[in-house]
Design a protein around this ligand. Sequence first.
Ligand code: ADP
Ligand code: MG
Length: 728
Amino acid sequence: MSTLRFFAVKESLKRKPLKIKEPKRRSEVFGANVFNEASMRQYLTKEALSSIIEAVTKGTKIDRVLADHISTGMKEWAISKGATHYTHWFQPLTGATAEKHDAFFETIGDGIAIEKFGGSQLVQQEPDASSFPNGGIRNTFEARGYTAWDPTSPAFVYGTTLCIPTVFVSYTGEALDYKTPLLRALHAVDKAAVAVCKYFDKNVKKVSASLGWEQEYFLIDNALATSRPDIVLTGRTLLGHSPAKGQQLDDHYFGTIPSRAMAYMRDLENECMLLGIPVKTRHNEVAPNQFELAPIFEEANLAVDHNSLLVDVMQKVAKRHNFSVLMHEKPFAGVNGSGKHNNWSLSTDTGINLLSPGKTPMSNLQFLTFFINTIKAVQTHEELLRAAIASASNDHRLGANEAPPAIISVFIGAQLTKVLEELETVTKGKLSPQEKTDLKLNVVGKIPEILLDNTDRNRTSPFAFTGNKFEFRAVGSKANCANPMTVLNSIVAKQLIDFKEEVDVLIDKKSMKKDDAIFNVLREYIKTSKAILFEGNGYSEIWEKEAKKRGLSNNKTTPEALKVKVSKSSIELFENLGVMNEVESKARYEIEMEEYILHVQIESRVLGDIARNHVVPTAVRYQNILIENVKGLKAIYGDQFKDFAKEQLNIIEQISRHIEAINSSVTKMIEERKSVNSQGNIEKKAKGYCNKVKPLFDDIRYHCDKLELMIDDELWPLTKYRELLFTK
Ligand code: ADP
Ligand code: MG
């Protein structure tokens, strides 16, 4: 009998939901462990507080002396919350968050000790972080990188540690993390959008990008999950036969949340409240044991930090509930995978959501300006947007008939499609007063504040307009949102800069009125952006053919998709916006390619091990039992035994065939790996893993899964899908 599997099943059956204490009102504990304005008012001098506020709103530098005040206040506040240590908290390109704790404790001679945290320790640190991926930016002998405080994301106490959100850059100033380019992209879109806003309202001084992510995940009993070597080492199952019941009855989606999962969510949400993560929505997702969590949207940089922090909190809280959280995009074949929709918009410091239709024709023209420019940005840079969501794990999900395809397109709904059609017929050059009145009254003026058809959304679109925001749905559940947010905000910034230039040329050189110029440029954008607009079923084959005709890219695998990151135009785009220089762009490309290679390599090794060391020996054992049985039948019945041993003989033969197929595929996979590994070139290596090594996974899995169906359940060593997915 397979001991580990049955031990795990037994353990999982003993579980009970934990009792969770919750505050009566969440609002009362919200942000209790965050050094927010309320706590700053208590612990900082007026001057120190206003210097932080200025740094956040205007990006000004914080004075060294004031930094000392701030750090002292921050330390006192943190100690009052139970902190003994502090850390610079950052997001290196591993995808996880990083921290290195130092105690406040310090000795000052004569056996005296104090708690100390100086301004210089707050502002900058030098972790010995030479082992993070850097894409060749730092030579190991010059491996120093440093972390620098990002005052726009508030410090918080997590456990007994004061965490200070920071950027992570090399000594020569190149970004080594996710946050640095994101902050630069947010700055670029702020500047570009403010300039365009000035056409409509001179009072706008700042435009912020907002992000509301929706995190999907699986909750699997941790005894069961950790009994599977593939889940432990790769975050997903590499084999396993589908159970008779999967998600076909749609009985999990939005159903009653199972009580253990519910206790977990409440516990998690309590933690989120203390940390100031404004979580709001929870529900069951489509696949069994799949769930979703969504917050109220926030400024994009803060939202990214909160999502990264959440991932960590989710794992920690899960331990208390004996759950493993699977964040992988495709932990189980045959049921839905997980994504992380990124809801995105732009809003002004005057309180206007630029992607929300307004009450007046003028505010609607502003809305249309940002709406059409976003579409145009996606049209121009669709391939770059695809690259921003590429990863070995997301490859399993995109285009797998459950998630958006690898083709980027924009859904806008019937109402706005009609508006664009009408705007397309606007006269070239100056508009007559009659036409302008007509446009304002009947086209622009008629866009309702609430777009009804956007409640019935096209779920198959990777980039959909949903009434007052765009929803980028192709982002993977495991991904750090910073990458797609950096790209999206950069391409929109670039587009808005171009737009402003074109409109100004018409105003200055053709002496057009501002509205006429805007209408003229928007008309041309509508004409040239048509290829990206698609309202139909994004999962269909017809769309794939149609998209090809339209010239849209369809990069199905990560190595193909990433290439555009180092094209001349992409490098220039990021360079001109000040988001990434050439070295940074190339380094990121290399890191992501390398990461792809390593992920597939690890999966390949794990699969080879499981197939040879778990599945095949079990198959042989079962085959031997059958052989004994057949021998016994022969002893009893003599020549007549075949009448009674037909099935057994058949299974014995089939087992041999499957074993042979598994062994030869594993051998082939190892050989392919060897030959691919000997390639020096990173592109060739990635392609080799993608096109030569990975396809063998399916062969091996096919035969293993067949054996699972054939072999005595008592002998099967790997915890089965039905146990993983239906234990609540
Ligand atoms: P769903 O897509 O599941 O139907 P909703 O449309 O209600 O859910 O909202 C999804 C997410 O969109 C939430 O996290 C919400 O905070 C976010 N959101 C709403 N408005 C904005 C906005 N202006 N900018 C960014 N995100 C937003
Ligand atoms: Mg959504």
